[in-house]
Structures are given as structure tokens and as C-alpha cells.
Ligand binder design. Sequence first.
Ligand code: OAD
Length: 251
Amino acid sequence: MIPNQLIEQLQQAKHLVILTGAGVSAESGIPTFRDALTGLWENFDAEQLACKDGFLADPSLVWGWYEWRRNRVLKAQPNPAHLSIAKLAKRVPKLTLITQNVDDLHERAGSLDVLHLHGSLHHPRCINCGTPYRHLETEPVGSESRIDPPTCSRCKGLVRPGVVWFGEPLPADQWALSEQACQNCDLMMIVGTSGMVWPAADLPYMAEKLDVPIVQVNPTITSFNGLAKFNLCGKAGEVLPKLYAATFSDL
Ligand code: OAD
């Protein structure tokens, strides 16, 4: 089930890069981005909520959506996929973890120095002056979908979610470190991402151009299937613990 050649490559890897997407948090009960509009939100369009114009047009609707998502994350726990990635970091000489996710489940599983390409639900800031806003840890969100965003203590601007919206550039430092890692690794794993959002989806292509073997973990076929040398078809929370055990348990 786990190819021997992959086990050998993982045992010998000097620098492993792992790129994760929404699928890695699916088994923690966090809906994938394209599934996130259920219940209260089913009549909205994710791409319209996740952009600056959408926020400015209706701040309480968009802030309410992000608060709903943030509260789901606060109640969720890391799953065996997050935990296996944190364990892998202790077994390979170097691991760079790049995520498109805006939750903090990798950190709560024990991963350090996670590169967040799309920002974080947990780091809101003023839309005008950028001053960080400190969330109360457990601000309750009831059944109301709309919540007025707080205002900045410095300039009274609206506080916006700390995520990257459609049409915005990625954080330059996180992107530069991700590119550098993909150009200097000797094995790359892509876990639970549809590969539909650029430039993040470009990273595996950068590595593959340099002959880095690509391993994909996903229960469905994605645009990366042709690129990947190893396609491990299944849920990340099942496949990654098996891969870890097959590679390191008897060393
Ligand atoms: P998507 O929602 O596009 O894709 C999720 C992927 O996870 C799909 O390929 C699923 O097959 C896979 N998946 C589902 N359950 C899984 C499981 N248990 N184990 C492994 N894989 C599973 O999410 P992303 O690719 O992360 O950007 O989307 C990338 C970006 O698109 C997001 O970061 C967000 C969105 O637009 C921004 O908000 C800027």
C-alpha cells in the first residue's frame, strides 16, 4: 500500500517540504473552503465573501462569516494527519511546512515555523493602519450570521480578518521562504489541496522542474495526479500515520 521506493526516499530525505490545504483539516471537522458554505451560509458565494470589496460592501456579514469559521476552529482538535506531520519533523533533518489553511491546527499539533500562505483567522488587523487586533479567546458567536467588526483602537478603522483575500498578494516573506524551500528540497508532499488556487498551486511544479519527487495524499483525483510520482489515495488522517509507521517504526 505504501510503495517501498517512497519509504526509502523518505528515509533518505534531507529536506522534506509539505504543502497542505483544507483537506488536512477536514477530519478535524473544519469544512474545506469550497464546502464551508453550509447551514447559515449556504446562500452565499465564498469568493464574494472572501474579498475586500465584499467586506467593504457588507462588513458585518463578512466578519460574521469569519467569526463563525474561527469559532469552529477553536472548538476543533488536530487530527492524526497534523500529528503525523509534527512527528515527521523530528525524523527528517529538515522539514518545511507550508499551509494554505487559515486555522492553527498544525501549530496545535506541535509543528513549528509553519509558513501560512493565506494568513490566519487568528490574527485580525485594522484595514487602514494594520494595527493587530487582539481577539478575546472565546468570543461567543450565537446563531446570528451578522456580527459588527470591532474598530481599531488607534485609528478607529474597521478590523478585518487576518486572511489573504482573493485579489490580494500573498505575504511576501512567507512566499519567498516557500519558494526557496521548494527549490532546495529533495522530497515534496502535497496533502489535501485541490491545486485550484494560484500562486500556491505553482509550488509543486517548481519542485518537480528540479526533479524533486512529488508525493500526493488526497482521496480524490486532482490536477496534481499527473505531476506526482506517488499518489497515495485516501484520507490524510489515515494515510499519513501509515506512511510514518511504515517509514520510521522499525528504525
Ligand atoms: P479545496 O477546498 O479547494 O480542496 C480541498 C482538497 O482536500 C480537495 O482536493 C479534497 O479532495 C481534499 N480532501 C478532502 N478531504 C480530505 C482528507 N480527509 N484528506 C486529504 N484530503 C482531503 O482547498 P484548498 O486546496 O486548500 O484560499 O484551497 C486552496 C485555497 O482555496 C484556500 O486556502 C482558500 C481557497 O480559495 C484563500 O482563501 C485565499
